[in-house]
Design a protein. Structure first.
Length: 363
């Protein structure tokens, strides 16, 4: 087997656990449960263990494979499937998950039948679309009816609650008003079924600011949260929150320099398309010193999501396996064989942890 050292992603497990603790504590103080969403690091078991050590008692992913890996590793807690199930994965959803988010009556019927077949009780959360326009019922009367059908007609399902997702497609802010709409739907369902729902699931990291601001509508009692814990800096970058009580350096990506030369900045010859079939625009900055790294978009998804730790380095471009950086103004000298460090963002974290060419090292 080929043994390569770079690129490598170092993950500080203690920092990750402390981030979980900080967020779980803040949510608990307001009566809100944080379900640990593990897909941001591809469900890597040592990372998932930090969610549990930090205080989460349930775990969630959009991917059944990750949930199965956790169970195989002996992490014996309830699991929630985040992506509304494909009809074809219903048997595996019942086998692996205690909860799932749902928005189609046909799928709910299939879950009910399959749960009966496997002798299990499955707990769906029915999703409302409050304007973000991804999954969920746009027609809330229909949604309330579906909740009642689950409650009254599907013996192998136990309606766990209602939920929403905001911010992921439509970029819609999870305001207190939006989340109050969800609570209102929950109250209508509770009135119709004559009991309290276990969960009113108010969203993902994009709803965390309601906890941080202390204006979460009464009744929302669960968030499904990954990014804000895994990459707490995003709460600062995207929403302007001071999260200095969390670690912003859980991950360090390290890549090796494989060439350093002074070259023109504008390609020389007739320009057609790049490695991905695109026609980029190249800025002519004259001759500059630039370095090539042994990492590419196959490893990280998009090189632009990597941020050099060293001052004066610019990300110039990348193909599948190479990344070009400008080091003309770098504060450190950059030579062949040097190892450079980078911060990563959410998408690159997903790609890097999912790539067999990237070494994951726990520190
Ligand atoms: C991924 C996902 C989450 C968690 O998102 P984060 O931004 O990582 O907190 C929550 N709910 C659903 C439906 C998701 O797909």
């Amino acid at each position: 087997m080929v043994k390569q050292l770079y690129p490598r992603l170092e993950i500080n497990l203690q920092y990750l656990r402390e981030n979980v603790e900080q967020m779980v504590k803040r949510a608990e103080e307001r009566g809100i449960e944080i379900i640990g969403v593990v897909k941001g690091t591809t469900g890597l078991v040592p990372c998932v263990q930090q969610f549990l050590a930090g205080g989460c008692t349930k775990l969630a992913s959009s991917r059944l494979e990750q949930i199965e890996d956790c169970q195989t590793a002996g992490l014996d807690v309830p699991y929630l499937l985040l992506r509304v199930p494909m009809l074809t994965e219903v048997p595996e959803v019942i086998r692996l998950c205690d909860y799932s988010l749902n928005s189609e009556i046909r799928v709910l019927r299939a879950l009910n039948e399959e749960a009966g077949r496997q002798g299990k009780i499955h707990r769906p959360i029915i999703m409302a679309d409050l304007g973000d326009l991804r999954e969920g019922y746009w027609d809330h009367d229909e949604m309330v009816d579906v909740c009642c059908q689950v409650e009254n007609e599907m013996d192998n399902l136990e309606l766990a609650g209602v939920g929403v997702n905001l911010g992921c497609y439509g970029s819609i802010l999870a305001t207190a008003d939006k989340l109050q709409e969800l609570v209102d739907i929950a109250r209508r369902v509770e009135e119709r079924i004559g009991r309290k729902l276990e969960y009113v699931s108010g969203g993902a990291t994009s709803s965390l600011m309601r906890i941080l601001d202390g204006d979460m509508p009464e009744g929302v009692n669960m968030l499904r949260c990954g990014e804000g814990i895994l990459l707490s800096q995003d709460l600062d970058r995207f929403y302007g929150y001071d999260v200095s009580y969390m670690h912003e350096d859980v991950y360090t990506l390290k890549a090796e320099v494989i060439e350093v030369k002074t070259k023109p900045t504008h390609p020389v010859g007739t320009i057609t398309v790049d490695a991905f079939g695109h026609k980029p625009v190249y800025e002519d900055r004259g001759m500059r010193r630039r370095a090539l790294l042994g990492i590419g978009n196959v490893d990280c998804g998009n090189y632009q999501e990597l941020t050099p730790r060293d001052a004066g380095i610019d990300m110039v471009g990348a193909s599948s396996d190479h990344t070009i950086i400008d080091v003309e103004d770098a504060e450190r000298s950059v030579e062949v064989g040097d190892i450079l460090s980078f911060d990563v963002d959410y998408a690159s974290l997903c790609y890097l942890t999912n790539c067999r060419n990237v070494h994951i090292v726990y520190v």
